[in-house]
Design a protein. Structure first.
Length: 268
């Protein structure tokens, strides 16, 4: 990198404070300064920005590129720490936000909305952060009738399979069915509450935020099956989800195949 391509360090103001978040922000800022000198702006998101990071947490960094940039996702190691960098032009970021809202996962929205600014000389990142916050506050779109019927059908089918398991059944099969049951029930319940979905560690967090009572019943039921091979508590909780949307759905369901998106109707 030659001297002319070096960004002005004064446009990367230091984060005040001596806490862990401030230190993560300083690390992320040095990464952006070193690797993305043409960035219009950058922000640190994820657990490192929220104060929930562990020693092994990576840095989730959003980088806003010039309009002629190439949107991409990079995973790299900087100063010994793993970093996941989400780079987008402004035009592409608008599409990313729309897709995030449509998926009800909203990962990109959360990264921007709950972020610490690293570099924003012209206020572009702050504009997108405000947009992400507004979209998150509005919540996802309600389930369509087709989505609701598909969710009911899949969860009903899984509960039928789960009813055939118990003590003496194949534990691998039972656990596999239970995992899928929890995921489908959680996604259906969260979408019904018009809240945001999550995967991995974010599934129980978003589930209990969307519905503290029924969400915790699903999690306790899943744990009971894992520990005691007892499918009853998970079955009861999942049936509670189905009742919110009209009950089990078996005969009479019709799922239309869409080649561009797929609707999972052929899966069980």
């Amino acid at each position: 990198m030659d001297a002319q391509s070096q960004p002005d360090p004064t446009t990367f103001p230091e984060t005040t404070g001596s806490g862990a978040v401030a230190e993560y922000a300083r690390e992320a800022r040095r990464l952006v300064l070193a690797r993305y000198p043409d960035a219009l702006g950058a922000a640190l998101g994820g657990s490192s920005a929220s104060g929930r990071a562990t020693p092994g947490s990576d840095l989730d960094i959003a980088v806003l590129l010039p309009d002629d940039g190439i949107s991409r996702r990079e995973v790299l190691r900087h100063e010994g720490r793993l970093a996941e960098v989400f780079l987008h032009t402004r035009a592409d970021l608008g599409e990313v936000f729309a897709a995030a809202r449509a998926s009800r996962r909203a990962t990109a929205l959360f990264i921007y909305a709950e972020s610490v600014l690293l570099h924003d000389p012209d206020g572009h990142v702050e504009t997108w952060r405000a947009e992400a916050q507004a979209l998150l506050a509005a919540g996802p779109e309600p389930l369509t009738p087709n989505e609701s019927e598909l969710g009911r059908f899949l969860l009903t089918d899984l509960l039928d399979d789960l009813a055939e398991t118990g003590l003496g059944s194949d534990r691998h099969e039972q656990l596999a069915i239970a995992d899928r049951t929890l995921q489908e029930a959680a996604h259906l319940l969260v979408a019904h509450r018009r809240a945001w979905n999550g995967a991995g560690k974010w599934l129980p967090r978003r589930l209990t935020a969307a519905d503290p009572v029924l969400g915790r019943e699903l999690l306790r039921g899943h744990l009971a099956l894992a520990e005691r091979a007892d499918p009853a508590p998970l079955t009861t909780a999942a049936r509670g989800v189905l009742e919110l949307l009209g009950g089990p759905l078996r005969e009479g369901y019709v799922g239309h195949w869409r080649p561009s998106a797929g609707n999972g109707a052929a899966e069980s």
